[in-house]
Design a protein around this ligand. Structure first.
Ligand SMILES: Cc1ncc(COP(=O)(O)OP(=O)(O)O)c(N)n1
Ligand SMILES: Cc1nc(C(=O)O)sc1CCOP(=O)(O)O
Ligand SMILES: [Mg+2]
Length: 203
């Protein structure tokens, strides 16, 4: 499966409406601290926008809602995975991306045979407090050697200026939140990400 190398992560359908038409082909809806009915409505709206723009939507955390709303790709962290019903997810035909932060998590993730593996935080991130020190670029190469043909997502503190390094070290996909959503001009920054990731040679 080929997945677009530019992976935008946002916390609302409003962001998806704003940025996906600019050429984003892979987006994660990552919502925290909202009611189930609000999250369902956001997923529904995001799905319609993505369908209209041939963009792959990935729903973070809420795998039951993703199934109920007819989505086809979810992302889970290790704690999410521990409480999720993997058989139900696979029976519903959903593709699955998993987070990893250390060797033990990589073993757990590989056993679940996901459709991609994410490694982070590559650089310090301001989005959330994390117990892991930044992984650094060399860890990307080590992860890629372990996961083979499975796509590797790099996440955490990524910027346009840091893209060449993560792809040169073996990442297939670069995920981003704040370099775009906290940029004074998110639309222009998105266009820079689209252009920069199109230039990266595939691994
Ligand atoms: C592509 C990607 N990688 C990692 C994460 C983090 O997932 P998780 O560890 O479950 O943390 P939350 O994002 O749920 O706070 C991700 N969402 N996407
Ligand atoms: C949501 C998330 N998960 C991470 C992980 O390492 O699993 S790093 C991260 C934050 C990514 O945001 P930004 O691009 O602003 O650093
Ligand atoms: Mg999660």
């Amino acid at each position: 499966m080929t997945i677009d190398p530019f992976y935008l992560i946002v916390d609302s359908a409003a962001w998806i409406r704003r940025l996906v038409p600019l050429g984003v082909k892979l987006v994660q809806l990552r919502i925290k601290d909202r009611s189930t009915s609000e999250i369902r409505a956001e997923i529904r709206e995001a799905k319609a926008i993505c369908a209209a723009h041939e963009c792959q939507l990935i729903v973070n955390d809420y795998w039951q809602l993703a199934i109920e709303e007819g989505c086809d790709f979810i992302h889970l962290g290790q704690e999410d995975l521990a409480s999720a019903d993997l058989s139900a997810i696979r029976d519903a035909g959903l593709k699955l991306g998993l987070s990893t932060h250390d060797e033990a998590e990589l073993e757990t993730a590989l056993a679940a045979e996901p459709d991609y593996i994410a490694l982070g935080p590559i650089y310090p991130t301001v989005l959330k407090v994390m117990p892991w020190a930044p992984q650094g670029l060399d860890r990307i190469g080590a992860w890629k050697a372990r996961i083979g043909n499975r796509p590797l997502v790099a996440i955490g503190g990524l910027t346009v200026e840091r893209l060449a390094g993560v792809f040169e070290h073996g990442a297939d996909i670069a995920a981003v939140v704040t370099d775009i959503t906290r940029n004074p001009d998110p639309e222009s920054r998105t266009l820079e990400w689209v252009a920069a990731t199109r230039q990266m040679p595939p691994n």
